[in-house]
Ligand binder design. Structure first.
Ligand SMILES: CC(C)(COP(=O)(O)OP(=O)(O)OC[C@H]1O[C@@H](n2cnc3c(N)ncnc32)[C@H](O)[C@@H]1OP(=O)(O)O)[C@@H](O)C(=O)NCCC(=O)NCCS
Length: 164
């Protein structure tokens, strides 16, 4: 299996949109089905105040998912902080692609001077939590009922990793 990464370009968006429209992929993402092409394009264009770091994950030549960091505003006291996000097509789960993507984005973050990567993960997203802990993220707190899936409340866990 060959795994590589490239900056997401417009030509990847159709495939990335298809991937997040899979209910299993979307389940723990903060997206509501159906996810329109317009919102996928907006996500791509609006990289956050500190500059866009959105990468496509390529497995054996195919777009298999995306991984991103959204750095906070440059002229701020949180310029060293970036929010992390990842989504991978179901066919590629469980074979270490997520781990490779984290290693890649952490390295890119370091090169940009990011010192803290943070995000929230739904407490029931066991697969993701296990992956994050294995890759040096720590659980910092729990937000009660902060997510609703199919009409039911879920807690989210605040996770972060400090980069040396
Ligand atoms: C979360 C995600 C990025 C993980 O990537 P991945 O490449 O599938 O990661 P892997 O399955 O290789 O690794 C996850 C780990 O969880 C384990 N795992 C798998 N299913 C599990 C489960 N139901 N409960 C607990 N652990 C589980 C795996 O065994 C693996 O651990 P190991 O390496 O010690 O064996 C991917 O599944 C995904 O994109 N999901 C949909 C979108 C999403 O939820 N994104 C995260 C939002 S915060």
């Amino acid at each position: 299996m060959n795994v590589s990464f490239r900056r997401t370009s417009v030509k990847d968006l159709r495939r990335l949109n298809e991937l997040v429209n899979d209910p299993d992929v979307c389940r723990f993402l903060n997206l509501v089905l159906p996810v329109s092409m317009k919102s996928t394009r907006e996500f791509y264009e609006d990289g956050g105040e500190g500059g866009n770091m959105l990468y496509s994950i390529i497995v054996d030549g195919e777009v298999a998912g995306s991984v991103c960091l959204r750095p906070r505003k440059k002229d701020s006291k949180q310029a060293h902080v970036a929010e992390f996000g990842i989504s991978i097509g179901k066919w590629y789960w469980g074979v270490g692609v997520g781990g490779r993507a984290i290693d890649y984005i952490v390295n890119e973050g370091r090169k940009r001077g990011i010192k803290r990567i943070e995000f929230e993960v739904v407490a029931d997203n066991r697969r993701a939590r296990r992956l994050y802990v294995k890759h040096g993220f720590r659980e910092e707190g729990r937000k009660k009922n902060s997510f609703i899936i199919d009409g039911r409340f879920h807690d989210t866990i605040v996770m972060a990793r400090l980069l040396a």
